[in-house]
Ligand binder design. Structure first.
Ligand SMILES: [Fe+2]
Ligand SMILES: [Fe+2]
Length: 393
């Protein structure tokens, strides 16, 4: 769903909701372990994956969004409400407070998403279909399942989910890459970032563009969930945190650039990494992200932090410190979860060997699928390194 919707604000909101719901799941797991002993490696029941899988194959992004938010999440909310009503007099205080929090969060999610939801005949038909699919596993409040009518069929069985070939960024202009050696071509010029002569204000704008473009990590990381439905809950919990972190990093740029006078409608979004990674198996996608891009970003970002510090800009320093701290966690996630994702996806070789082969595969796929998105805007219209330099006067 994340890569299919275009507006960054909507992607950010979905990532926030994913993380909050994953946090609810963690609390439930921790309390559940105290009560009955369900363990760390517990996964979602196959009947529930089946509904999730169905929800992912909606005809268009608006239908998928409406399906999740008007069918699946209200169902979850109704179950929390039922549970609270049924156990209120039995539950201990912390459990009751937790469920009240979950209900408050789920109700807020529905309010926050409302401005983004659309209606229409196709969307209504899709939501009605998904409701039948969902109620075939049970109704809220433990009411019995309803057998679907004879003409019902699971659409993902005949039309399996496939990731979109490219990610949606409408209404923003797009390009292949925001990095190049030419300040007339792209906003980020790597040589300028490393050059001590570059004005620190130029570096600050460049790192905000870089951070905003971490939206590509949001788009390609979101694809890993649907490719690892059988994963243990803790893996999805950490993927949800990782996803939310990347959406925060992108928001740092998205919110700060206009404050520095940048018109976001002139900043092209790079689609390169998504377009290449989507052709790799999920374990390779996750390996490139954590073991290559994130692991290798530290030296340049450390240099940038030092330069930005010259500006005494508390907000910029804080955002960059958050980014560095989060990236350290992401690399830890990579070490912990890559072997698990490899196993889930049937890769049996040692991790190091796998990562080496993945790098080679990425280089090969970059030749085929890389550099295929032309600039939406002319050099005069688009935001470039040259314009950053001119803007600081
Ligand atoms: Fe990031
Ligand atoms: Fe990251």
């Amino acid at each position: 769903m994340v890569s299919r919707v275009g507006e960054p604000e909507l992607k950010y909101l979905i990532c926030q909701h994913v993380w909050e719901s994953a946090s609810h799941g963690r609390f439930i797991r921790e309390r559940g372990r105290e009560l009955t002993g369900f363990g760390k490696s517990e996964s979602v029941r196959p009947a529930i994956w089946k509904v999730f899988h169905e929800a992912a194959v909606g005809i268009d992004p608006d239908a998928v969004l409406a399906g999740f938010y008007t069918v699946l999440k209200p169902y979850l909310l109704a179950n929390y409400q039922h549970y609270l009503g049924a156990t209120h007099h039995l539950a201990d205080w912390p459990s009751r407070k937790l469920v009240e929090e979950f209900i408050g969060d789920e109700e807020r999610h529905l309010i926050e998403i409302a401005p983004w939801l659309k209606t229409g005949p196709t969307i209504n038909v899709w939501c009605a279909h998904l409701r039948v699919a969902l109620e075939s596993i049970g109704q809220p409040g433990g009411q019995p399942a309803i057998t679907p009518p004879p003409d019902f069929s699971w659409q993902h069985e005949t039309r399996p989910y496939a990731h979109p070939e490219t990610c949606n960024r409408e209404p923003y202009p797009v390009c292949s890459s925001i990095f190049s050696p030419d300040p007339k071509e792209t906003p980020i010029v790597r040589e300028w970032l490393a050059d001590p002569q570059t004005d620190a204000r130029v570096i600050r704008i460049m790192i905000y563009v870089w951070l905003m473009m971490e939206l590509d990590a949001v788009d390609y990381l979101s694809t890993v969930f649907v490719d690892t439905l059988e994963a243990p809950f803790d893996l999805h919990h950490d993927l949800a945190r990782h996803l939310w972190d990347e959406s925060r990093h992108s928001q740092f740029g998205f919110r700060q650039l206009p404050k520095h006078g940048v018109d976001l409608s002139t900043v092209e979004h790079s689609l390169e990494l998504y377009n290449i990674l989507v052709h790799m198996p999920p374990a390779e996608r996750y390996a490139m992200m954590t073991m290559e891009f994130e692991a290798n970003s530290f030296p340049t970002k450390a240099l940038i932090m030092d330069r930005v510090r010259e500006l005494n800009d508390f907000e910029a320093d804080t955002l960059l410190a958050f980014d560095r701290n989060d990236e350290q966690n992401h690399i830890r996630y990579g070490h912990q979860w890559l072997p698990v994702i490899m196993k889930l996806c049937g890769h049996e070789e040692p991790v190091e060997e796998f990562v080496k082969a993945t790098r080679a595969n990425f280089a090969k796929l970059a030749e085929i699928h890389g550099n295929k998105t032309p600039h939406s805007l002319s050099p005069e219209q688009r935001f470039t390194g040259e314009k950053i330099l001119a803007s600081i006067g």
